[in-house]
Design a protein around this ligand. Sequence first.
Ligand SMILES: Cc1cc2nc3c(=O)[nH]c(=O)nc-3n(C[C@H](O)[C@H](O)[C@H](O)COP(=O)(O)OP(=O)(O)OC[C@H]3O[C@@H](n4cnc5c(N)ncnc54)[C@H](O)[C@@H]3O)c2cc1C
Length: 447
Amino acid sequence: MDEQVDVCIIGGGVSGLSTAFFMKDKVSFKLLEAGATFGGVMQSRQEGDYTLDLGPNSCVMNEALQQIVDATGLQGKLEIATQAAANRYLLRDNKLHKVSPNPKEILSSGYISFGAKWRLFTEWIRTAKKEGEETVAQFVERRFGIELLQYVFEPVLAGIYAGDENHMSMQAVLPVLQAWEKEYGSVTKGLLANKDNMKPRSIVHFKGGMQTLCHSIGTVLADSAITGAAVTDIHPLEHGYKVTYTDKDKAFHTVIAQRIVFATPYAITIQLLGKIEPRVKSFPAIEYAPMGVVHLAFNSEDLKSVPEAFGFLVPAQERKPFLGCIFSSQIFPSVAPEDKVLFTLFAGGSKKGASLFYNTDALLDHCCNDLKSILHIAGAPVMQHIHIWPKGIPQYNMNTQPTRTFFQDTSKHPKGIFFAANYYKKVGIADLITQGKETAAAIASSL
Ligand SMILES: Cc1cc2nc3c(=O)[nH]c(=O)nc-3n(C[C@H](O)[C@H](O)[C@H](O)COP(=O)(O)OP(=O)(O)OC[C@H]3O[C@@H](n4cnc5c(N)ncnc54)[C@H](O)[C@@H]3O)c2cc1C
């Protein structure tokens, strides 16, 4: 017999789970997750004494996440990043340079040339461009010059999106800088005018890995959320939709729901939604950057000169296989035994492409040798691990603006269809949890 609910949520990553969490006391629902566990790309694994996050390694705390932590009893598992996390580094000529927002320290830093410093401090005199969408590369080069693009903006954005600045839309990934240019005529003027509003947010992790958060939400949702349930079809009814899914034994089941939330990756969403709204099939596709998450652990005694820090980012100009490295056990000591140091490296990205992952042994060796050379590590790793995401992070590229606009604009959606996902607005976990909360509120008021 068909199960009848108010809402069916497809996908049990953090987007789908948080949407379900915030609607659980208001409506009846069923969350269907295809994988064997909840979490989507938020996967964690215990490897001996190490906790490895195979996807995201931390997130910022916000109100919606705090609500989940409090309601799921996760306070005891919440880890706030140590003081070390305040220090960030960038790599140039195989040397680490500390990042500082302080103008005096920027002036005395050897990280960028005199010419780039001049471009930075004279940005405010450059005339503002008023119209038209630009790539990140076009905007930043126009305002700050090529060196700041290559050595500051490119690695910072690669650290978030693993993307390509020549394709990423400025309006999608750094809208605030564009807005400052429009309002104040300059990014630096906008920064100065708004600096009091920019409070640092705490960075958090969960004991047992980031997936602990998803497991805990799944537990609170109880039988209303199930794993091993892959949705294969959605069929419109007079009032609502009929959702078909297969269970772990490949048996078919159906759910009748008035509302559907798509919390699935882009390609799956288009495949299922295309049956209800065929025009989505002609949208410019959202691509995902391929990524490899590499874990390397060493004996503490083999590390003599590693700074206390969150980690470092690597400009593409440095020609390393990885985009950045997080000093995981320095910021979250629970992830490794006391006498060991755990690093997490992010390899690949849109620019390097998937070919980097054809030979994972060679990639691991390459990452390890480069890390040892940068941090002057004497011994061999005591643990190494690699996880590949063929489709890691969605790319907000220039050509995808109509696609992203469709998903953001609720007036364009078929009746009863909602979205909660990372391919149209934000990719960060805290933002996705807030988005889930908003989606839940919109659904509750629509019923
Ligand atoms: C390597 C990596 C590192 C990252 N690092 C960070 C970080 O440090 N901090 C941060 O804030 N963000 C980070 N991010 C981004 C963030 O983790 C993601 O944006 C977020 O977790 C995506 O969650 P989601 O629920 O939207 O999508 P997903 O996690 O992709 O979940 C979608 C779910 O849908 C399910 N599904 C698919 N098809 C079906 C079907 N037919 N039926 C039912 N279910 C289906 C999938 O199994 C999956 O569980 C990182 C991402 C990656 C890949």
